[in-house]
Design a protein around this ligand. Sequence first.
Ligand SMILES: C[S@@+](CC[C@H](N)C(=O)[O-])C[C@H]1O[C@@H](n2cnc3c(N)ncnc32)[C@H](O)[C@@H]1O
Ligand SMILES: Nc1nc2[nH]cc(C(=O)O)c2c(=O)[nH]1
Ligand code: SF4
Ligand SMILES: [Mg+2]
Length: 223
Amino acid sequence: MSLPVNELFETIQGEGQFTGVPAVFVRLQGCPVGCPWCDTRHTWELDEADEVAREGVIGISGDTPRWASYEVEQLVALLTDGRFRARHLVITGGEPCLYDLRALTEQMHRAGWRCQVETSGCAEVKVDDHTWVTVSPKINMKGGLPVLTQALQRADEIKHPVALEKHIEELDQLLQGVALPRKPQICLQPISTQKRATEMAIRVCIERNWRLSVQTHKYLNID
Ligand SMILES: C[S@@+](CC[C@H](N)C(=O)[O-])C[C@H]1O[C@@H](n2cnc3c(N)ncnc32)[C@H](O)[C@@H]1O
Ligand SMILES: Nc1nc2[nH]cc(C(=O)O)c2c(=O)[nH]1
Ligand code: SF4
Ligand SMILES: [Mg+2]
C-alpha cells in the first residue's frame, strides 16, 4: 500500500486536544472537499506531474503540490529511524481518509507511538482502534460530500471551524440524531484567526461548555 506524502515535518501540534504536544506531521496529498478558506489548498490535487523523489518531501516547508509515494513500511522505517524525538504522529492532508491508514497506524502503535488523524469526515475513517480521530466536519461544501456518520461515530474529538453564527447552527443540525458513542470533545476553531470569528467562538464555547481550539502555530509563526 502506498501513500502520497506532501510533506513530513516535526513541530508542535497547534490545534485541538493535543495542542502543545511535539509531533511529527505526515501530510497526504489530495482532497475533494474544496473549503474556500482552506489553509492547505496546495494539497487538493494529486497530479502525476508533481511527483518527486521521497527525500524531496522531508522537513522542507513551503506550500507546494508536490508529493512522493511512500510504501507504509518505508514511512514507518523513516519515522522510527531515530531522527525524531516526538512520539506523536499526526496524519493530515489534504484528506488523509481517502487512504486506508490501518497498516500505518497499527505499525506505529506497535513501535510505541501515539497516532492522531485529522479528517473532514467525507470518507470512511480506516485506522486502528488506538488512533485518536479528530473530525473537522465540512458541512455544505462545494464537493457536496456529506459528513459520514461513520466518521462522526469514530470521532474522539469534533473540531469545528467557525466564522459565522450559521456555522454553529449547521453543527447543531449535523449532530442532531447522531449517537456519539465515544463522547467526543467538541471544540470550535476560529477560521483563519479572524478576530470576529475568535470572539464568537469564545462566546459560544462559554455558553455551551465546549472547548476553544485556536491555531496556535499561526500565532507563533511556526509550521
Ligand atoms: C488542513 S485540514 C486537513 C485535514 C482534513 N482535510 C480536515 O479538513 O480536517 C486540518 C485542519 O485545519 C483546519 N483548517 C483548515 N483551514 C483552516 C483555516 N483557514 N482556519 C481554521 N482552521 C482551518 C481544518 O478544519 C482541519 O481541522
Ligand atoms: N503546528 C501545526 N499544527 C497543526 N494541527 C493540525 C494541522 C493540520 O494542518 O492538519 C497543523 C499544522 O499544519 N501545523
Ligand atoms: S477538507 Fe480539509 S484539506 Fe480539504 S479543503 Fe477542507 S480544510 Fe482543506
Ligand atoms: Mg495546518
